[in-house]
Unconditional design. Structure first.
Length: 195
């Protein structure tokens, strides 16, 4: 089994998930301009799953071109609210608007991972989870945001499922690691068969 990979992300949560599963990783952020890639793909009528897969592959391939001999893991998560992609908020006003749009509705969280070697993808996987947000008052949404640090707010698409974010939902279906951005069980299965 492969014991160490490069993670093409600065996500502390993804690093923690890998380490908790005995996969050592070095961090090499890809610094891909996600917004421009999303914009381009949306113009081509790409669905949220395709966008998530493309971003994960782009990140992995970019870093893999620098570290040809090593295995590089790229990952991306996208929120699909009734066919519309919800991106990370730029500020707290935008975060509140996102929560108001998601209020009382079910959305899909799509997490894609890609492993590249020698600059090209050698494996990928996409998983989905379904989350139904409670019907909350404007005041409840504001109070929720007051409890969330800036770091968590901008890193986790307005909710941190392993923390305060769980309180927003009446129903959660799917793998928790997928919701946190890394379907690690499938990654482990793949790494076991690779030499």
């Amino acid at each position: 089994m492969v014991k160490e990979i490069i993670l093409a992300s600065k996500s502390g949560v993804r690093k923690k998930i890998l380490e908790a599963n005995n996969i050592r990783c070095k961090i090499e952020p890809s610094n891909v301009d996600e917004d421009s890639v999303k914009e381009s793909l949306l113009k081509e009528k790409a669905n949220p799953t395709i966008i998530s897969k493309n971003l994960a592959e782009l990140k992995a391939n970019k870093i893999s071109q620098k570290f040809i001999e090593e295995m590089v893991l790229g990952a991306d998560s996208v929120i699909d609210l009734e066919g519309e992609i919800i991106s990370k908020p730029n500020d707290r006003v935008e975060a509140l608007e996102i929560l108001k749009r998601m209020n009382g509705k079910t959305h899909q969280l799509i997490s894609s991972v890609c492993i590249s070697r020698g600059g090209s993808m050698i494996w990928n996987y996409t998983d989905k989870a379904s989350l139904t947000m409670k019907n909350m008052t404007f005041l409840e949404l504001e109070n929720y945001l007051k409890k969330i640090s800036d770091e968590d707010l901008y890193a986790y698409n307005v909710y941190q499922i392993e923390g305060e974010g769980r309180s927003l939902f009446s129903k959660i279906e799917g793998d928790e690691d997928t919701i946190m951005g890394l379907p690690v069980k499938k990654i482990k299965e793949y790494l076991k068969i690779i030499k």
